[in-house]
Design a protein around this ligand. Structure first.
Ligand code: ADE
Ligand code: ZN
Length: 327
């Protein structure tokens, strides 16, 4: 069929990817050697072998260990540049990158080192690849709200280099309500607001993210399928869900792609988008996600492809003038 080519070549936005989750094993080993960091794995293959996850936490433990090779501004630049080159090949015209400053500041890396390296890669992606990039600072929800506040304050000298804040890491037991005050502060600063909710956590966490944090998009949100009332609300309010199909399979959120709730979410009128989450860990980049999904869902065709990709462009935080050129 013509669909795989159409999916691969059509312009799209990626709205849910963690830049630390784009670190390929080869780059982890190269940066470890460059920085003299010891790794608890003997080889690239041994590391890749460890990528067998049973849930979100089993992934996060390995993901934070992989990020330990990032020390200098150039390391953050090289990581983001490698992602942008792949994104350009996937015809991503706009990418909003999550980053986790606390993973780095806890190891003594200054937040300015992180932001400057990533921001320089965004500028170069725009100039040399025609991909517009933007940064979203994520708070680690397993840490305290006080720690999130301190992180936001440390980032303020670089306020112009990021467009919003998000909430990620271990969801269960760390509801959005824990971060209500720091999100209110971010809103005062004019930042865009998003949060992971309803990946492993219950539908009530999606409602908290909307009602207590005031987020404009929900990251994942797949457990909305368990509440008819919430589904109706998300459809009516056109709240975008940034869904990550290969991630959901690898972290055992869904059994396999053929069982994914995406067809019901799309049919119910929700503004769902397709994203890679942590492409180096979950088996591929955004086009790999699209191709695998359409392969697993034989009833989906060009209509669904067009809707999903248009949703990604419309749900982006790119200025209206830029979005008008896409849709
Ligand atoms: N950090 C990186 N990937 C994540 C995910 N899928 N859920 C929560 N936190 C994350
Ligand atoms: Zn995520």
């Amino acid at each position: 069929s013509a669909l795989p080519g159409l999916l691969a070549r059509a312009p799209k936005a990626e709205l849910h990817m963690h830049i630390e989750g784009s670190l390929e094993p080869e780059l982890i080993f190269a940066l470890a050697a460059r920085n003299g960091v010891a790794l608890p794995y003997a080889s690239v293959d041994a590391l890749r072998q460890a990528y067998a996850f049973t849930d979100l936490q089993s992934f996060l433990d390995i993901y934070y260990a992989g990020a330990s090779v990032l020390l200098h501004e150039q390391d953050f630049y090289d990581m983001a540049w490698a992602y942008f080159e792949k994104a350009a090949r996937d015809r991503v015209v706009h990418a909003e990158l999550f980053f986790d400053p606390q993973t780095h500041t806890a190891r003594g890396v200054p937040i300015g080192t992180v932001i400057q390296g990533l921001s320089r890669a965004c500028a170069d992606a725009n100039d040399r690849l025609g991909v517009s990039g933007a940064l979203i600072l994520c708070f680690l929800r397993h840490l305290s709200e006080e720690d999130a506040f301190a992180t936001l304050e440390q980032a303020l000298p670089w306020r112009a280099h990021f467009i919003g804040v998000g909430l990620d890491s271990s969801e269960r037991g760390h509801p959005p309500s824990k971060f209500q005050r720091v999100f209110a502060r971010a809103a005062e600063l004019g930042l865009q607001l998003v949060a992971h909710a309803g990946e492993e956590g219950p539908p009530a966490y999606i409602e908290e993210a909307l009602d207590l944090l005031g987020v404009e998009r929900i990251d994942h949100g797949v457990r909305a399928i368990e509440s008819q009332a919430l589904m109706a609300r998300l459809a009516k309010e056109r709240v975008p869900l940034t869904v990550c199909p290969l991630s959901n399979v690898k972290l055992c959120v869904v059994h396999d792609l053929a069982d994914h709730p995406l067809p019901q979410l799309l049919a119910a009128g929700l503004a769902v988008t397709i994203n890679s989450d942590d492409p180096a860990y979950f088996g591929g980049y955004v086009n790999d996600n699209l191709l695998a999904l359409f392969d697993a869902l034989p009833r989906w065709g060009a209509r669904e492809a067009y809707q999903l990709l248009r949703n990604s462009l419309e749900a982006s935080f790119a200025p209206q003038s830029q979005r008008a050129a896409w849709v």
